[in-house]
Write a protein that binds this ligand. Structure first.
Ligand code: PLP
Length: 391
C-alpha cells in the first residue's frame, strides 16, 4: 500500500543517523561527548514542578479549551505586551504543544499551495519541512560566517516574489546563536513593511541573551503588529522541553484559525503542563538568571578554546546555547567531502557527537551545544582538536 506523497517527499533528518549512532555507542559503554542536544541540561525548577503536582492534586486533569486555559493566555498576553511594548490580549494568543507545534500550525493557517516562505540560513532544521507539509515552498536565503550570519538585504529583496507569503526570523538563532543587528532588522522592516508578507518571529531564545538587548522587528516598529506572528514557549527559558508548551501571538483571525486547527487535531495542550507553564512565566524568575549565568560562562570557555584550533573559525554567539563553527578551511584540505562526512568521522574516531551544518542549510559547518558541564566541554573540544590535527 502506498504512503502519501506528502510523507514520501519529507526529508529524513540527517542528524538522526549520527544521534542514533552516538546513543548506540553510549549504550556499549563508550565515553561519547555529546554536543548534539538542543535542550538545557538543567532540571525544571522546583516551583514549576510543584505547580504541576498541585494541578494534578486539584483535579486539573480534564480537557481545557483547545486554545489553552484563559489564565495562561492572559499571562502570555501580559508578557508579550511587556516584551514588545505593544498591547496583546488573550484573544491574540494561543497555547500549543511546544514551539514546534505553534510553528506547524502557523504554516497550516497561512499557507496555500505554492506559497513561498523565505527562510534565512542557517535555519532551525524543521522550518523547511513544516512549510512543505503545509503545501508551501521554502525559499532559502544563504549566508556565511563572513557575513556574520546576518541576512543579506540585497538577497532578501531579490528573493521576494508575488508568491512570498512570509519570512521566518529566529534571533537568537538555532543553530548559530547569533542575533540580528539593529541595522539588519531595520533593513528587513524597510523591505517587508509595505508588502503583504507575514513576519514569523521565532523568539524562543529571547530570554537567553548574554550582555546584549533582545530586539525583534516588532520592538523596533510597533506598526508591524498585524503582520508579525510571534512564537515563544517555556521549553528553553525554563528548561521544560519535555512539557510541550508553546505560545503564538498574532491577530485574532490567525489565532482563531489556529484554534480551529487545534480543535480538530490535538485539542488542548496537556492541562497539567499548562499550569506548570503558568507558574514558569508568572512565578519566581531567579532560575532563569542562574541558568543564563552558567551558559554565559560555558560559552566563554568553549569559544576561547575552539578558536585556537587550526582550520576552524567560530563567531561568539550572543544568545541561545549553541556554537556554529565553520571548518571549510580544514575540510578543503582534508579527505572529507562535507559536514556529514566530517561529523561521522569525528564520532567514529574521537567519540564526539556534533550536528552537521548541512542540516541547517550551511555546508562545512557544524553545531555544538554548550549545554553540558565545563569538564565535558573541555574534553570534547580537545578531542575535536586532535581530530583536526591528526586527520
Ligand atoms: C528555533 C527553535 N524554534 C522552535 C523550537 C521548538 O521548541 P519546542 O521544544 O518548544 O517545540 C526550537 C527547539 O529546538 C528551536 O530551536
Amino acid at each position: 500500500m502506498e504512503l502519501s506523497n506528502r510523507v514520501k517527499n519529507l526529508k529524513p533528518s540527517i542528524t538522526l543517523e549520527i544521534t542514533a549512532k552516538a546513543n548506540a555507542m553510549k549504550k556499549q559503554g563508550i565515553d561519547v561527548v555529546g554536543f548534539g542536544a538542543g535542550e538545557p541540561d538543567f532540571d525544571t525548577p522546583e516551583n514549576i514542578k510543584k505547580a504541576a503536582i498541585k494541578a494534578i492534586e486539584d483535579g486539573k486533569t480534564k480537557y481545557t479549551p483547545a486554545a489553552g486555559i484563559l489564565e495562561l493566555r492572559d499571562a502570555v498576553a501580559k508578557i508579550f505586551t511587556e516584551d514588545y511594548g505593544v498591547e496583546y490580549s488573550a484573544e491574540e494568543v494561543i497555547i500549543s504543544c511546544g514551539g514546534k507545534h505553534s510553528l506547524y500550525n502557523i504554516f497550516q493557517a497561512i499557507l496555500n499551495n505554492e506559497d513561498e516562505v523565505i527562510i534565512p540560513a542557517p535555519y532551525w532544521v524543521s522550518y523547511p519541512s513544516m512549510v512543505e507539509l503545509a503545501g508551501g515552498k521554502p525559499v532559502i536565503l544563504p549566508s556565511s560566517i563572513e557575513e556574520n550570519f546576518q541576512i543579506n538585504l540585497k538577497k532578501l529583496k531579490n528573493a521576494i516574489t508575488p508568491k512570498t507569503k512570509a519570512i521566518v526570523l529566529n534571533s537568537p538563532s538555532n543553530p548559530s546563536g547569533m542575533i540580528y543587528s539593529k541595522e539588519t532588522l531595520h533593513g528587513i522592516i524597510e523591505i517587508v513593511k509595505d508588502k503583504e508578507i507575514f513576519i514569523i518571529s521565532d523568539d524562543i531564545y529571547n530570554k537567553l541573551v548574554y550582555d546584549v538587548e533582545f530586539l525583534n522587528v516588532l520592538i523596533l516598529d510597533k506598526s508591524l503588529k498585524d503582520k508579525t506572528i510571534i512564537v515563544n514557549g517555556v521549553s528553553k527559558t525554563y528548561s521544560m522541553t519535555g512539557w510541550r508548551i508553546g505560545f503564538t501571538g498574532a491577530t485574532k483571525d490567525i489565532i482563531s484559525a489556529i484554534n480551529k486547527i487545534q480543535s480538530q487535531s490535538t485539542s488542548n495542550p496537556t492541562s497539567i503542563a499548562q499550569y506548570a507553564a503558568l507558574e514558569a512565566i508568572t512565578g519566581d524568575q531567579s532560575s532563569v538568571e542562574v541558568m543564563k549565568k552558567a551558559f554565559k560562562k560555558r560559552r566563554d570557555l568553549a569559544i576561547e578554546k575552539l578558536n585556537t584550533i587550526p582550520g576552524l573559525k567560530c563567531l561568539k554567539p550572543d544568545g541561545a546555547f549553541y556554537l556554529f563553527p565553520d571548518v571549510s578551511e580544514f575540510i578543503k584540505k582534508s579527505k572529507f567531502e562535507n559536514s556529514v562526512d566530517f561529523c561521522k568521522n569525528l564520532l567514529e574516531k574521537e567519540k564526539v557527537a556534533v550536528v552537521p551544518g548541512s542540516a541547517f542549510g550551511v555546508e562545512n559547518t557544524f553545531r555544538m551545544s554548550f549545554a553540558l558541564s565545563d569538564e565535558n566541554i573541555l574534553k570534547g573540544i580537545e578531542r575535536i582538536r586532535n581530530f583536526i590535527i591528526n586527520a
